[in-house]
Write a protein that binds this ligand. Structure first.
Ligand SMILES: Nc1nc2c(ncn2[C@@H]2O[C@H](COP(=O)(O)OP(=O)(O)OP(=O)(O)O)[C@@H](O)[C@H]2O)c(=O)[nH]1
Ligand SMILES: [Mg+2]
Length: 330
């Protein structure tokens, strides 16, 4: 299929083209390849902000305030709400979207929700593509919201320059839920609902967790494949009230501080290099898995190998090595 008409509309700033292209990349990996190939040279201008936190921590309310601030600065904003736990777009996430739309019928705000449709490597991949589409559309800032459920937001935030994790006063559950992987990609901790009791205690808990985590962080910085790669940045902590907007000027200051940090020579380039590396790795994994699956399900040679393994004249490791040879990957 030829997408050039749609892509032209996208580049001309047509919001309906954005929606249609995102649907295409969600549903069809072949379409994604063609679309990304065509728009890639128009990407790289947007600032990408990842926001995560437990259900009900106030992400949507928080993003509404942020969006208002950015919109008042004259920025064009894209918002992607990702829900890895939902099999289909609908329910809560849709309600969210409507609520957020109500908040700003601003013409420079594009909102889209994405949910897991069970496709392989799917949601993170589709989110990255959607970010690129919004980038090519001309968004200055793209906000990616996802609920905190572990590894998935680490994947989903692969393209985010700045990651904000929302915590709330009270029970320590949310801190415990921060797995090492998320802690490493967090640039700013925001204690939301500062109007409730215990906000300062939560800040102290975060500081303690960061101290405990330093040792681990130091070790993993040596790991080349580490997605964080934001060494020398100590996560900042701020408390806010997303209902009133209190302290958001401090939050914006910290976001800008992190942005300045990234723009210092070398840091951003290193970050971009690593991002391309990890993104390509994901694509390769996806493509190779598909190839291998195709081969395994329909090749007489593989059937023969399987027979050999059943007869114990071959073991599964050796069989895997033979398949690597068959694929020409040796
Ligand atoms: N007291 C207080 N309530 C807040 C604050 N921020 C958000 N809330 C309330 O917290 C509830 C949940 O807010 P949402 O923005 O829907 O939270 P969410 O994290 O997007 O929730 P999910 O999308 O369901 O994961 C709402 O009733 C908000 O009004 C705050 O700073 N203080
Ligand atoms: Mg929400």
């Amino acid at each position: 299929m030829d997408y050039s008409d749609l892509i032209q509309k996208l580049l001309n700033g047509n919001a309906r083209a954005v929606a249609r292209l995102i649907t295409l990349v969600e549903n069809d990996s072949e379409a994604s390849e063609n679309i990304i190939n065509a728009i890639y040279s128009h990407t790289g201008n947007a600032y990408i902000l990842g926001i995560t936190g437990a259900p009900g921590s106030g992400k949507s309310t928080f993003i509404s305030i942020l969006t208002k601030i950015f919109a008042e600065e004259g920025k064009k904003i894209g918002i992607i709400c990702v829900d890895p736990t939902s099999p289909l777009t609908g329910g809560a996430i849709l309600g969210d979207r409507i609520r957020m739309k109500d908040n700003f019928s601003l013409k420079n705000v594009f909102i889209r929700s994405m949910a897991n449709r069970g496709q392989l490597g799917g949601l993170a991949r589709a989110t990255e593509d959607a970010v690129k589409i919004l980038d090519a559309y001309g968004c200055d800032i793209i906000i990616v919201e996802t609920v905190g459920v572990g590894q998935s937001e680490v994947d989903i935030f692969r393209s985010a320059q700045t990651v904000v994790v929302l915590l709330v006063p009270g029970l320590g559950d949310d801190i415990q839920a921060i797995k090492a992987g998320i802690m490493e990609i967090t640039d700013i901790f925001a204690v939301n609902k500062m109007d409730l009791a215990g906000a300062d205690k939560k800040i102290a808990d975060i500081m303690q967790m960061l101290e405990l985590g330093m040792n681990y962080k130091y070790k993993s910085e040596k790991d080349e494949d580490n997605v964080a790669l934001k060494s020398n940045w100590t996560p900042e902590i701020v408390k806010v009230n997303s209902r009133t907007g209190e302290n958001f000027e401090k939050l914006i200051e910290l976001i800008n501080k992190h942005r300045d940090f990234l723009s210092k020579s070398g840091v951003m380039e290193n970050y971009r290099k690593n991002r391309i590396k990890s993104e390509t790795l994901q694509i390769l994994k996806h493509k190779i898995t598909k190839k291998v699956e195709g081969l395994i399900s329909s090749s007489p040679t593989i059937d023969e190998y399987i027979r050999l393994v059943m007869d114990k004249s071959l073991d599964p490791y050796s069989m895997a090595n033979l398949i690597i040879k068959l694929l020409g990957l040796e």
